[in-house]
Design a protein around this ligand. Structure first.
Ligand code: ADP
Ligand code: MG
Length: 700
């Protein structure tokens, strides 16, 4: 039965080898199944006809009914275009084509009534529609359902007559051929329990919705399936790991921990730090291997929690490793840990790609004989031939580049596996965490150390620039320092965005030397230049740091109290939040000033409003996820497996995700290896979907 859907797309009537090749290249559609799972990205309500008088460029794809009044060609060679006047009695607009003129003029005649659809846009102050779809009124009735699906296509596809409409036709013939040949992927008991419609019915209705309620059911079924198998896979990996690996038992808290707590800890732990330390201690004490995600906003004190967890490992006779994503961060952690541990008899070393050979050899030896207790480094420290005498705990910082599968790889390395604590400073919405870190237990530090004043954030436009400069001067007079951040430095960017070099000039004009000193750092500078510039600012020799986003990571200057972000509408939400996190590190009141143009897109408005409203990293991450989808979330690009979703949206389908997780969890709890008769279908499907998964071997 399955063979039917595995057939090469070229054998579908109407495709053939040439179009098949283009489909493969442009949309990764290689088989019948791929086409069937190329879902519409939206549906257009064909019962609603707009009038030209009510058009505005904010509208999505709409349809108009009217007549072409005439054609006109303009432009020369490279920029030829065809313009048609179009009127419906309430007004007139232009329809525009940049290709295929002859065919258009031959096909669509002035005076005939047409349904035109497309997205209104503005050109030379006039509303028009570029490359509209056109149907004759008389024909469109019979041809189309009320909810017309729109398929993503590309210019190349359109040039080969594979636009949304023709894709729809192909899907139609596919559905006709496939009657009775699409196998169900979910067991009947689960379909019943979850009130889901069958797969064939769902596929039929996602492409040809009978009506809106049925379309919703089709979407729900397909989203559930997608999220369910994702969760089933994650939970299977987790169950397999728990069954296969024992954890070291860290039974006691001893000398190192206690001395540190009494003598070295410079402040009270926050309630949240205590809470997560308890969770970590409990995990490491039970004989189960810990796999925990520690989430906490920038500055919430995760490093300290990591350190104290490592001390517990040391107290039980084991070593600990602290892994950072970059060398810079590894160095920073190394310095922080060394400072915290002053006076205690604990040896800490740093191992990165640039560690010299002699040094490296020395470190390797000390690790093997156990005289070195804490090793800080990049993840070469795990992949390398580094041998520990007894590695008991691995801390992975900022690890959102590691997906479920990569972590599974880590555990495969030996059968005595250290406890693992993954820390992330980019708050992750619950739903995303469930997917990205769904195999881990989660601890959250939801409290900042006391005495921090929440950063005040305001949004202003150019008209207030002078007043803003006045405010900056007051701050400088009070001894503070200022960051001014620009999107990026590049001459090719459009002129309406102030780029950094312009900005630098206007800043030095508004803040003239010798009274004011300005540093500048951007991506095109040599690293020595950057370092000198940073150093001057750090030492307080300059008042203002003009920079591109390079200051995002790793910079800690408590005296800087104002962050001005130019063209804030161009930044993503989590990027804005990260930048804002650069201030508010000292005792002074800090400010974040978001500068933007007057006209903002709906999304940009939402981003800026969110920043002004809240400092809560979790709320910001949640909004970001909803606006952008997980594929675009910072740091998640490389994490792979979870983001290949065809229909579900991790930000928007949280409820279905939670439901799918609960169902999957019940099944795995009851039958971790999916051996029961009622789960046979699930096991089969899972194997098919995750054929290449590294960790399949753990349970089968
Ligand atoms: P994170 O890694 O979560 O961004 P850090 O561990 O770097 O945060 O901590 C930020 C700053 O707060 C550091 O200077 C740290 O020493 C300090 N800090 C951590 N915990 C506390 C606490 N309980 N009270 C006061 N300051 C703290
Ligand atoms: Mg940190």
């Amino acid at each position: 039965m399955q063979e039917f859907l595995e057939q090469d797309i070229q054998f579908l009537p109407g495709v053939g080898p040439k179009r098949a090749e283009i489909l493969k290249k442009e949309l990764q559609i290689a088989t019948f199944r791929d086409l069937l799972y190329h879902f519409p990205y939206r549906y257009i309500d064909r019962t609603r006809i707009y009038t030209i008088s009510e058009l505005n460029p904010e509208l999505p794809i709409i349809q108009l009914k009217g007549k072409i009044t005439g054609y006109e060609k303009s432009g020369n060679k490279g920029k030829k275009r065809l313009i048609a006047g179009f009127t419906d009695g309430t007004g007139s607009i232009e329809l525009l084509w940049f290709r295929g003129e002859k065919w258009i003029v031959d096909t669509y005649k002035p005076g005939v009534e047409y349904i035109v659809f497309g997205k209104p846009s503005v050109f030379n102050g006039q509303i028009n529609i570029v490359h509209p779809d056109i149907d004759e009124v008389s024909k469109s009735r019979e041809l189309l359902t009320r909810l017309q699906p729109m398929y993503s296509s590309t210019e190349k596809l359109k040039d080969n007559f594979l636009n949304s409409k023709s894709l729809h036709k192909l899907v139609n013939s596919m559905l006709e051929l496939s009657a009775g040949k699409i196998a169900e992927t979910l067991p009947v008991w689960l379909l019943n329990e979850a009130s889901l419609i069958s797969l064939p019915k769902a596929l039929q209705n996602i492409h040809f919705p009978a009506d809106t309620p049925t379309l919703l059911k089709a979407e729900t079924r397909l989203k559930f399936e997608e999220l369910f198998f994702l969760q089933l896979n994650i939970l299977r990996i987790r169950a397999g790991r728990i069954m296969s690996f024992k954890g070291y038992v860290f039974a006691k808290v001893g000398e190192n921990f206690n001395r540190f707590y009494k003598e070295n800890l410079p402040f009270e732990l926050t309630g949240a730090q205590k809470k997560v330390l308890k969770e970590i201690r409990r995990d490491m004490g039970t004989g189960k291997q810990m796999n925990r995600l520690l989430q906490g906003d920038v500055g919430s004190g995760k490093t300290l929690v990591a350190l104290m967890s490592m001390l517990i490992a040391l107290d039980n006779g084991y070593q600990a490793a602290f892994m950072a994503p970059t060398e810079i961060l590894a160095i920073q952690h190394f310095r922080t840990l060394t400072k915290f541990l002053v006076g205690l008899d604990i040896r800490v070393e740093l191992l990165t790609g640039s560690t010299k050979k002699a040094e490296r050899t020395r470190i390797h030896e000390a690790l093997e004989n156990g005289s070195l207790q804490i090793l800080v480094g990049t993840h070469a420290l795990i992949e390398d031939k580094v041998r520990f005498k007894g590695l008991g705990l691995v801390i992975i910082d900022e690890q959102h580049r590691f997906g479920v599968a990569q972590r599974a790889q880590l555990w495969k390395k030996s059968d005595t596996v250290p406890h693992v604590l993954v820390m992330t400073a980019t708050p992750i919405p619950r739903t995303l965490a469930m997917t990205l870190y769904g195999d881990l237990d989660v601890s959250v530090i939801d409290e900042l150390p006391p005495g921090r004043k929440p950063i005040k954030t305001i949004h202003i436009t150019d008209s207030k620039r002078l007043r803003m400069h006045g405010f900056l001067k007051e701050q400088i007079a009070a001894g503070r320092q200022i960051y001014i951040v620009y999107p990026l430095i590049s001459e090719s960017e459009k002129m309406d965005y102030k780029d950094l070099s312009d900005g630098y000039e206007s800043i030095t004009r508004a803040f003239p030397p010798p009274k004011y000193q300005v540093s500048v750092v951007h991506g095109k500078m040599k690293s020595e230049e950057k370092e000198i510039s940073m150093k001057h600012f750090k030492e307080g020799r300059t008042h203002i740091m003009v920079a591109t986003t390079v200051i995002e990571v790793g910079v800690d200057i408590p005296n800087a109290s104002v962050m001005v972000i130019e063209s804030a509408e161009r930044f993503g939400l989590s990027q804005l939040h990260q930048l804002r996190g650069r201030v508010g590190r000292g005792a002074d009141q800090s400010y974040c000033i978001l500068m933007s143009g007057y006209k903002l897109s709906a999304d940009a408005k939402k981003r800026i409003e969110t920043m002004v409203r809240t400092n809560d990293g979790f709320e910001i991450a949640e909004t970001d996820l909803q606006l952008r989808g997980p594929g675009d979330m910072e740091g998640t690009q490389q994490s792979g497996e979870a983001f290949d979703l065809k229909i579900a949206h991790i930000g928007k389908d949280g409820q279905i995700l939670q439901y799918a997780r609960d169902k999957a969890s019940k099944i795995i709890d009851d039958d971790p290896e999916l051996n029961k008769e009622s789960n046979v279908l699930l096991k089969k499907q899972l194997r098919k979907l995750y054929r290449n998964n590294v960790n399949w071997g753990v349970i089968s």
